[in-house]
Design a protein around this ligand. Sequence first.
Ligand SMILES: O=P(O)(O)OC[C@H]1O[C@H](O)[C@H](O)[C@@H](O)[C@@H]1O
Length: 491
Amino acid sequence: MTNTAHNTESPLYVDTLYQGINSFQWRELFDIVEKKGFSEKRKALFSGKKINQSENRAVLHTALRNLQGDPVLVDGEDIMPAIQTVWRQIEQCCNKFVGITDIIHIGIGGSDFGPRLVCDALWTDDSVAKTSVNVHFLSNIDSADLARTLARAKPQSTRVIIVSKTFTTLETMQNAQSVLKWLTEAKLTKTQLSNLLYAVTTNTDAALQFGVKEENILPFWDWVGGRFSVWSAVGLPIALKFGFDTFKQFLAGAHAMDQHFLNAPIEQNQPLALALSLYRNQLKRDVKSQAIIPYAQALNLFPTWLQQLEMESNGKTFGLDHQPVATSSVSVFGSAGTNAQHSYFQMLHQGTQVVPVDFIAIKAPLSNLPCAEEHHRQLIANCLAQSQALAQGFRHPTDQNHTYSGNRPNTLIWLARLDAYNLGALMALYEHRTFCLGVLYGVNSFDQPGVELGKKLAKPIDQALANPEDTNLLAGFDDITKSRIQWFNLP
Ligand SMILES: O=P(O)(O)OC[C@H]1O[C@H](O)[C@H](O)[C@@H](O)[C@@H]1O
């Protein structure tokens, strides 16, 4: 599937041929999605309508990569000047952080997966100048994550960025407190401390209260969902590690995909094609999960980023009309090939469940070593072979055990090279796929109420664990949780 017309061209190549969908069946799928109001909803997404109905918010991560700065209105106000101010802040940080050895980026979920993925993915891009700064991503409340980070950083030449949309997330706030304590113990003066502390948040008041100086706060806004926030100042470490121009390239690639998604006819629309083929597999083949296999070690974290994007967005039981939906998010898993072939591919080829696969392949070799071309040819040969084996299968004349059913749907996505521009386009491709799937399922893809209950329950459990002698604190729990708390509290 290629696009040639002006303004609809995608930087990527999406090949859905092994989905086994004929032109008549595609037509049926296009009709289904149009009946669900796709064109209208796509327009509403880009125009700042409050499509996140439950939270009464617009959804405008696309404005964050609108590098030309064409006005985008929310409640009648152009949001582009505020976005441009933050771009300048990011650029200033790049200039100011010269000589800094370590960046500790504290954040979790949407405030972590995106920048972590991009920083990991771009190390193979020889066209970008990498600074020597070490970026440490600290997310888990597990103190071993903290210990590992602190062991590697030098307090005197570290900058700490607390990244949290809400500035209330337990893990992030606890980690921030502990890092602050570490810095205080390293005998930094008050001024030194306040100079090295930065925040990226929508809740500037809370950041100020925490002790972050006003000029060190990089804001973002409630119309940016956490899992769509890597394009905001949440992506600051990308700029710090690879330079502001590379960050802008990343935004530009995503913007090109936005233009393609917005303007390409539905018959040639890549995010829509990905969504429709998966949706069809859910309806016709009772598919419950999907594997994403990038044939690039540098994209090993891509499936992890995508898990939150897809499963937190579309893992819903009730639709926008408050009625139960017929189907919603599949479970997403995956890791880099060829390694994945030596793990769960047996099940993908011969298991009783059909698991569609998205293969992601890069045309250009992934390093500049003399042997890179040879390695790369073999990497790609493996990718194409797995795709073919899943689709075509193999009938052994006598041995069932060596027979492959085939007819296992898969898609191949090509990037010309793994650089910031194409990575931006790839991530935006999947963001828009998630949006299209939300339209097909009939859900609000932009809230996540189901995440709250576990967080709420953790508080009284933490209380009971902290005060073993106070048995009154056990009163509210079911018997199983109560016995687990008691076991943990045994001396
Ligand atoms: O950025 P924060 O406000 O700290 O939120 C971090 C994460 O918290 C929760 O787990 C939400 O479900 C995620 O969507 C969010 O990305």
